[in-house]
Design a protein around this ligand. Sequence first.
Ligand code: MN
Length: 129
Amino acid sequence: MADILIIEDNPANMRLSAMLLMAAGHSVMRATNAEDGMRVARIRHPALILMDIQLPGIDGLAATALLKRDPTTAAIPIIAVTSYGDVTGQGMSRGAGCDAYIPKPLHYRALYDAVDALLTPAVAPAPVA
Ligand code: MN
């Protein structure tokens, strides 16, 4: 179980992503554009970000590059979500610093596999010296 930030401007895709992640026991934060998403990431420090690539204003690849350059957010894994059939999508996503890539339409198995692969087990509290 983890806090996951979804950055997605399409309401139907947002609903589906949130539903699938919550069904897997995660808690979800939502942003509908990159600016809001980056703000939430800096303040709330999600365990993972699900990043739509096509966003109004700053797109998901540019936002990923900014988050990966910012020391406060650089360690947060980012899964890029981009249109099915976008042959350049995967390479561009990696180039921007995305940790994984899944195509739209979103398939639950691809989503869960990518999320599980990137979430690290919770760190046990440090013993009190
Ligand atoms: Mn979009």
